[in-house]
Design a protein around this ligand. Structure first.
Ligand code: NAD
Length: 228
């Protein structure tokens, strides 16, 4: 079985009603990134940050996977598929993909402000001030904020190194270190990039670029790969 690796970003969930932020003038649901996705934002106003992610969690819990998420799940019939997503929603899982790594964390988990390894599945529940981990420290969303280390990066690099096929979908490739993952893919791998605003300059020239929305572009590519 060939190894197929997917790197997805906010664009794959846009057609499920979850906004990206680069398409919204650098704002995430009308908030400045510094206010809601950095340690400084948290230190300045934890109530605002908790409320922001409580809203995102509620919104994501109501969202449904679109044709792109569903098409990727079908790939498991033929390939050993690893999905590496920058997204904090769970639409890949809802669509049926079984191996999904969330580089930037997950909305439906909370973590201790004392120890990042103390995480808790909270599903659709809110996190409030006063909600504590088992060691008595405030809980925060289990999201990797800008300026924080990405604990999963070394592990997922190994998947990119052994990829026979790479599909990049709906990401501006502007958030490091996620954007550097594609540099670890072998030159013999078949590489595809699906994004209506794909920036060709950020890619090796052997990428096949599909300037389409994720739902259409992914379904078309998956149908071809499953037939080949
Ligand atoms: P980004 O906002 O930087 O870029 C979004 C990309 O998606 C753009 O290149 C845009 O052209 C493309 N796009 C927009 N609509 C599309 C569609 N229908 N089909 C295909 N592509 C489409 O997103 P990023 O590169 O993922 O980086 C942003 C960070 O924001 C991530 O780390 C993520 O954690 C966070 N974020 C997550 C979500 C989510 O979980 N759904 C939503 C917003 C932001």
């Amino acid at each position: 079985m060939k190894n197929l690796v997917v790197l997805s970003g906010a664009g794959i969930s846009a057609e499920s009603g979850l906004k990206t932020f680069r398409d919204s003038n650098g704002l995430w649901e009308n908030h400045k990134i510094e206010d809601v996705a950095t340690p400084t934002g948290w230190n300045n106003n934890p109530e605002l940050v908790l409320e922001f992610y409580n809203q995102r969690r509620k919104q994501a819990s109501l969202a449904k996977p679109n044709m792109a998420h569903k098409a990727l799940a079908r790939l498991e019939n033929k390939f050993r598929v690893t999905i590496v997503t920058q997204n904090v929603d769970d639409l890949h899982e809802k669509a049926g993909s079984s191996v999904v790594y969330h580089l930037h964390g997950e909305l439906n988990k909370a973590r201790s402000t004392l120890d990042p390894n103390l995480t808790y599945k909270i599903n659709d529940s809110n996190i409030s001030m006063g909600d504590l981990c088992e060691k008595g420290y405030q809980l925060r969303p289990d999201i990797v904020w800008f300026g924080e280390p990405v604990p999963m990066i070394e592990k997922v690099i190994t998947y990119f190194r052994s990829a026979d096929i790479l599909i990049v979908i709906g990401t501006s490739l502007s958030v490091y270190p996620a954007s550097s993952l594609i540099d670890h893919v072998n030159s013999f791998a078949d590489c595809y990039y699906i994004d209506p605003n794909a920036n060709e300059n950020t890619l090796r020239d052997d990428f096949t670029i599909i300037f389409k929305q994720a739902s259409v572009g992914t379904k078309e590519l998956v149908d071809i790969l499953l037939r080949s």
